[in-house]
Design a protein around this ligand. Structure first.
Ligand SMILES: Cc1ncc(COP(=O)(O)O)c(C=O)c1O
Length: 460
């Protein structure tokens, strides 16, 4: 049955819940094919994708090596009940745990689930279990950890809880070191990380509400961090921040959970993005790019003291599809590929080249307030042209509309751009291009963005 795009959209309007996605575009856009850095619509129109499925397809759409790993598994052992073992699961867990051991010098175990939010839920269980049921967490303003009930309780947006309430977990949201809009009105050059001192102040006495100095115990079990904020707008913290924060947490026996769901697997130029900041996590949560988006496999690594089978026994969590063989086979290939290639240098070099192009655009366009990035996690903050600072969401909406219309042109060829929007004021273009992007494609991206900004300023 071949249906027109209009007929498909009518069916969607009638039968699809709008609650399971964001539904930003009107009309919603339908794509039919993807390859490398591009998505294609029914007419064959190419869209250069600068967000790669929110950083799930880090290694390019239809990456042949990873696709083949999936196909091989499909022909051998595509299904198996999770109480039985398969080699790929064991090798994947060993590879990830050994990676963490090499990187941070810590022993631990790998625990699987499906979807980033579910892995966050599992981390909450690990923490509750290890801390006599504590359910209060610190998390960052602008932090995003998913939309299941537990995960949305520690995600800063009240919008995600307004209709559904809290599940049990509660978080105290601490300002992230977002230096372009410093919450304390400081300048990075001479702030001396005032923001961390403000956090430490919470432990001054019992009257700040988080600490009992008589028994040296905090009511808060863990601090959930994204070392570079993802949905919060690809905000890169200053060096030194996390080191200072970790010392405060360690002294109060508060665990640090490193949410790598969006920034892990070389998005920011390191296997784990937190490696940039010289601290050791207690728990790492991962998902998305582990399978290049070919399977929703996710999971966590936790220190042996938190997750050994005596403390966290069989059946502590369970999902029919956790550690499913298609997912673990692709993930094993991903991890093998990462460990035998030099994604660190290629991502840092391409990222620096891309960022230079963005800096050039900032010099030309007053609507760009800030550009920044680490590896290939890059940001463009769109602001009012008058002061290049006041967030301009309506400009961003216009930018996205034109980008998705597929009417940008270069060398006589038409392109669309796929952009993702994040940030506290929904005014940040969060760029997560394929880590396999070529330098020519980066040049193309800069030239299409340049054109996009010119057109938008004229049309608005
Ligand atoms: C940092 C972070 N944590 C958790 C999640 C939730 O993952 P999922 O959407 O797979 O449930 C996301 C999703 O974007 C994320 O960016």
């Amino acid at each position: 049955m071949s249906l027109t795009e209009q007929e498909l959209l009518e069916l969607e309007a009638q039968y699809c819940s709008h609650g399971d996605t964001v539904h930003y575009h009107n009309p919603p856009k339908i794509f039919t094919r993807c390859e490398g850095s591009y998505m294609y619509d029914e007419k064959g129109q190419a869209f250069l994708d600068l967000q790669m499925w929110y950083s799930a397809a880090n290694f390019g759409y239809a990456n042949p090596r990873l696709n083949n790993a999936l196909k091989r598994q499909l022909d051998t052992l595509p299904q198996i009940t999770s109480e039985y073992l398969h080699k790929e699961k064991i090798l994947l867990a060993a590879a990830l745990a050994k990676n963490v051991e090499r990187t941070f010098g810590l022993k631990g175990r790998i625990h699987f689930n499906v979807g980033g939010s579910q892995a966050i839920e599992d981390s909450l269980k690990v923490i509750r279990n290890a801390t006599n049921g504590k359910s209060l967490m610190f998390a960052f303003e602008g932090g995003y950890h998913g939309r299941t009930l537990g995960a949305s309780s520690i995600t800063s947006s009240y919008r995600y809880r307004r209709r559904y309430g809290h599940f049990g977990e509660r978080a105290q949201f601490v300002p992230f070191p977002y230096c372009f809009r410093c919450p304390y009105g400081k300048k990075r050059e001479d702030c001396e990380l005032f923001c961390v001192d403000q956090f430490e102040r919470l432990f001054d006495s019992e009257y700040q509400g988080v600490w009992d100095p008589k028994v040296n115990s905090s009511e808060y079990a863990a601090f959930y961090v994204e070392s570079i904020q993802g949905t919060g707008g690809y905000v890169v913290p200053p060096q030194g921040y996390f080191e200072k924060l970790k010392k405060i947490l360690e002294a109060r026996k508060i665990l640090l959970v490193d949410d790598e769901v969006q920034m892990g697997f070389y998005r920011a130029g390191k296997f784990w993005s937190i490696e940039h900041f010289n601290i050791k996590p207690d728990i790492i949560v991962f998902g998305k790019a582990l399978t290049n988006g070919l399977n929703p496999l996710s999971g966590l690594w936790a220190r042996e003291e938190l997750i050994n089978p005596t403390l966290f026994p069989a059946g502590s969590t369970h999902s029919t599809f956790s550690s499913n063989p298609l997912g673990t086979a692709v993930a094993l290939e991903t991890v093998t590929m990462l460990e035998t290639s030099d994604y660190h240098h290629s991502t840092m070099e391409k990222g620096a080249y891309f960022l230079n192009g963005l800096k050039e655009l900032k010099r030309k366009h007053r609507i760009i307030g800030d550009v920044d990035g680490l590896g290939l996690a890059l940001r463009i903050e769109i602001c009012k042209a008058e002061d290049s600072f006041t967030p301009d969401k309506s400009m961003v909406d216009k930018l996205c509309e034109i980008a998705l219309s597929g009417t940008l042109e270069t060398n006589g060829k038409r392109y669309g751009l796929i952009l993702d929007i994040g940030g506290y004021y929904k005014n940040v273009i969060t760029l997560a291009p394929s880590l396999e992007i070529s330098y020519e494609e980066i040049d193309l991206a800069i030239s299409l963005l340049d054109q996009l900004f010119n057109r938008c300023v004229k049309e608005i």
